[in-house]
Design a protein. Sequence first.
Length: 374
Amino acid sequence: MSAPAFVYLDHNATSPLRPEALDAMAEALRAGGNPSSVHRVGRAARARVEAARRQVAELVGVLPAEVTFTSGGTEANNLALSGSGRRRMLVSAVEHDSVLRAATNTEIVAVGGNGVVDLATLEKMLRSSREPALVSVMFANNETGVVQPIADVVRLASKAGALVHCDAVQGAGKVPLDLHALGVDYLSLSAHKLGGPTGVGALVVRSGAPLIAGQLGGGQELNRRAGTENVAGIAGFGAAAVAARGGLDVAGLRDRMERTLLAIAPQACVFGAETPRLPNTTCITMPGVKAETQVMALDLAGVCVSAGAACSSGKVTRSPVLLAMGVDATVADTALRISLGWNSAAGDIERLIEAWRDLYIRVNSSDIVRARAA
Ligand code: PLP
């Protein structure tokens, strides 16, 4: 069998659509219908939306009524931050832009060198004002995969009467998640990070937590988010949530890949390696080689990876996440993100290793030639 044209190791940017999700979407698109219509076509569309709500709820251990569908993780984050009614917001330094930019009266909570939020600092900040706050700390980081101690964040926040929002866009479907065990008030999800379609997500709002709607209109989603539901997208999200229930079993592959890359380049560094991380994410430097050069060289070799977070312009910018972890700017510029997913196989990793090794040898041998010539 010939090798595939390319291998895809950028699941934290978006994960390819799972076949189950594609089937559910095709069925919903063929059937059509507005879930608010009273007739049979409308009722069938409503049934699809409510089935998906149960499936998404089950993925994160909540009641279906706690799930509000949105247009994605970005909207879910915006809705939580603008809708909690809290003006004072304590936000970790490594949050996604959709949290950092949606927050108002923002106070940034520092992280340590391992990318984990500094709990002592958070506690001090919570104590520094009587104004009730909203704390927003992500479940796991999109660039490093570092998992945050959410239960500890909730413990500190509840002592201070603060609400807690958790952006679980990167954690859901990769590791088991349970909103009630975590104790958070708001949880953001995105379908396309777990093998569902782009353009659909959810905000889970714990029963009893306040939520002021941001988008007004027809009263859909229990008046929390108006607008005719994206039925096919929601159906695809539900099917992907079912398929993702067991989480990702790729830690063994990922760890083997990291050991091999570090054996090739012993000066390379894997960020967050000493702390709990998602099983699928590696953020690794190739010393002296800019991340964009690595991304282009690997792409030419048929390997899709990325340089930190994908931004809308497609430009590679210096990673604020690594800078917040105290990483030197020139080192941060050499960090590559490799993220595995539901269809990753050993052959994909071999191809990545080969391409990475070739580039490393090429760059270093041209350095030697230059040094000799100098
Ligand atoms: N939060 C995190 C941690 C993410 O990684 C992303 C996407 O990259 C988002 C939020 C935004 O999700 P969406 O693309 O569904 O708007």
